[in-house]
Ligand binder design. Structure first.
Ligand code: CA
Length: 497
């Protein structure tokens, strides 16, 4: 859930990184030493301030924290050491596991979703997409006590005024009896429940859909789903419209990513755009803007107003794209392939949460102290990967957990072909691309896949290009490719140097 004007990094941590905190300790500033007497003095002041006028003193005193929580100030000032590529971000948020969980949830809550659709006009799968990305279908709600977090943020460091309002709103929620005080836990910044609403959003938009008189976004799935639909409706959702489409740009087309610059579908048709599979663009979007999350060479999308309502949930285009893509896969009820039709411009695609867990377990087994296995590649895991790469001469030692590193550390146990790419970690879907490795992974250079080649010669034929890549690795392990459409309509990748 959106935190107005906090940095993007904080947004990410607040919204999907509920458990990033467990693996991100290494990159954090040290916990500040917060004075409790200053904290208590601050709370005394707040109690009598206008923001807390409608909070009764019983409620205030009852839930007033006895100590500040310095860890939330750490989180507020946290700067990740590593930047995340969009394909890493998407592959963790939209993986086979989440699609299957979503399909199950769709069947389980079919009647409720149908009622929600008829009341709010929001497509069931769009609600499910938000639910899946926000809280993993109610499984990841955040465990930080909200009153401690919000009271601490109200009294120290940046943005105190904003958090004072949210602290007051959180108290109003328990005062009204919507949510039990013990259930008031969430992200460090105060987003909570299955919808990960901030308290102010809760007061504005939460609804009681199961009719028990309480808006319980923690324990009631109908309340949570209906509140999500109400949120999207409130942000301008257009009933009956898709969020948008993956599209194919005509050869040689150049454009900047500009989602907000919406044009009619006729305009885009005239520009030569088609659906990604080549079919003509439908006319069921009122208007759409072009979204290019990885630039002109990666997957391209035309997105309409409903995409913008996903965006308003967390002020991140990649985040909205995860919701959009997840909702499509749940609609299709197909978890077998979670890639887009156009490959990301990388030869080293991202990994699923299960693969992240496998990597973490392998690192633990190899003696790296990364805490626990949670499937979230945080700074601790990335630091360990970097150390592992450095110690074994793997280039680049960038700490990134992609398909190449997965194969390196998992070795021969890794599946040869997966939804995330071919056995070389390259995008699947085009036979001319997959018949031979474009850029064998570090693992190949280390002899692992080369050895496999000798035992299963039909995987690919030895090529001079393969031999070349056995040469000492360049320091650029993240080779980029440009997609070029041949005259016969097929697509090839050209390496960009
Ligand atoms: Ca209820």
């Amino acid at each position: 859930m959106r935190l107005t004007q906090l940095s993007t990094l904080s947004l990410l941590t607040a919204a999907i990184g509920l458990s990033l905190t467990s693996t991100a300790q290494a990159a954090r500033p040290p916990a500040p030493d917060l004075s409790n007497s200053e904290f208590q003095q601050c709370l005394d002041g707040l109690k009598n301030s206008s923001k807390f006028r409608s909070v009764d003193s019983f409620t205030f005193n009852n839930y007033r924290p006895s100590q500040p929580d310095p860890s939330v100030i750490q989180s507020l000032n946290y700067q990740p050491e590593f930047q995340k590529d969009v394909w890493d971000y998407l592959s963790a948020l939209v993986d086979k596991e989440r699609v299957e969980d979503g399909i199950r949830a769709k069947h389980q809550w079919r009647d409720t979703l149908r009622q929600i659709e008829s009341r709010y006009g929001v497509k069931a799968e769009h609600v499910l997409g938000v639910w899946g990305v926000e809280s993993n279908f109610g499984q990841t709600l955040g465990k930080k006590p909200l009153f401690e977090s919000l009271a601490t943020l109200s009294c120290f460091d940046r943005r105190q005024s904003y958090f004072q309002g949210e602290f007051a709103n959180a108290l109003k929620i328990v005062q009204r009896g919507d949510i039990a005080p013990n259930d008031m836990t969430g992200s460090w910044a105060g987003a909570f429940g299955q919808t990960q609403f901030m308290p102010s959003t809760f007061l504005e938009l939460a609804v009681d859909f199961d009719g028990d008189g309480r808006r319980d976004l923690v324990n009631s799935v109908p309340d949570a789903l209906a509140s999500t639909a109400n949120f999207l409706d409130n942000r301008g959702y257009r009933t009956g419209e898709p969020w948008g489409y993956e599209v194919k740009l005509p050869d040689g087309y150049w454009a900047a990513s500009d989602r907000k610059n919406k044009k009619s579908m006729s305009h885009w048709r005239n520009q030569g755009l088609t659906l990604a599979d080549g079919r003509p663009l439908p006319y069921d979007l009122n208007s759409a803007g072009l979204l290019l999350p990885a630039g002109i060479d990666g997957p391209a999308f035309l997105v309409g107003k409903n995409f913008d309502t996903f965006y308003s949930y967390n002020a991140s285009e990649n985040y909205a794209l995860a919701i959009a893509h997840l909702s499509d896969l749940i609609t299709r009820e197909d978890s077998s392939k979670t890639d887009f039709i156009t490959a990301w411009p990388t030869d080293d695609p991202g990994i699923s949460r299960q693969q992240a867990k496998d990597i973490q377990q392998a690192l633990l087994d190899a003696g790296y102290d990364i805490g626990g296995v949670d499937g979230i590649i945080g700074d601790n895991t990335r630091t360990a990967i970097q150390q592992y790469q450095t110690s074994r001469g793997i280039f680049p030692a960038d700490g990134r957990a992609g398909q190449k590193f997965y194969r390196t550390i998992i070795g021969s146990a890794a599946p040869r072909q997966s939804q995330y790419g071919n056995q070389y970690g390259q995008p699947v879907g085009n036979p001319s691309i997959n018949s031979q490795p474009l850029n064998p992974a570090p693992a190949d250079r280390m002899g692992q896949l080369i050895q496999r080649q000798t035992t299963t010669p039909n995987v690919y034929s030895p090529q001079p290009s393969v031999q070349r890549t056995i040469q000492p690795a360049s320091n650029n392990g993240n080779i980029r490719y440009r997609r070029v459409t041949n005259s016969d309509g097929s697509v090839r990748l050209e390496r960009i140097n």
